[in-house]
Design a protein around this ligand. Structure first.
Ligand SMILES: [Zn+2]
Ligand SMILES: [Zn+2]
Length: 169
């Protein structure tokens, strides 16, 4: 779990510190299945004491083990996403400019795991394709057409129609 130590930062208004680390992240629940990071998540963040809040901003990089929607093969999908969150100390009296999307924390540490998970989830593509020209599975016999040929009759579709069919699948 990525925990940000803000004990010193909290004391110094306007101060900004860099935070870099690699940490494990548990599997991400996506539509009833778990997507597993294949290695530690890389964080390159900056933390700013913005007077009444701590602003966390930067990049997270993660490799996810996913399944191709066409050929059902597993492959590694590298992702880089921007994390931007504002955290406020819920033990301090709040001034009027607290925004509804600010995330509360207490003590000297901020656990950013929920926001990291959220950021990865919203940046996932609608579907995963292992490679641009993945030929997928034969719709009749089910062989992987990337590695095999079969004798099944297939309508030679107009490429534009094929694309449309693909979108509908
Ligand atoms: Zn594929
Ligand atoms: Zn076939």
């Amino acid at each position: 779990m990525p925990l940000l130590d803000v004990s010193k930062l909290k004391m110094n208004r306007g101060e900004r510190v860099d935070f870099q680390c690699r940490e494990k992240l548990p599997p991400l629940p996506v539509e009833g299945e778990d997507i597993k990071p294949t290695q530690e998540v890389e964080y390159r963040l900056s933390l700013t004491n913005a007077d009444n809040a701590i602003v966390v901003d930067g990049i997270i990089k993660v490799d996810l083990l996913v399944q191709c929607n066409r050929c059902l093969d597993s492959f590694v999908y590298p992702m880089e996403a921007q994390l931007q969150e504002t955290y406020y100390d819920c033990n301090l009296p709040q001034s009027g400019d607290k925004q509804p999307d600010w995330v509360p924390f207490s003590g000297d540490q901020i656990d950013i795991a929920p926001e990291v998970t959220q950021t990865i989830l919203v940046n996932l593509p609608m579907r995963f394709i292992c490679r641009e020209d993945c030929r997928g599975l034969c719709s009749v016999c089910g062989v992987d057409l990337n590695n095999n040929q079969c004798q099944c009759p297939r309508d030679e579709l107009d490429p534009r129609l094929a694309k449309l069919k693909d979108l509908l699948n």
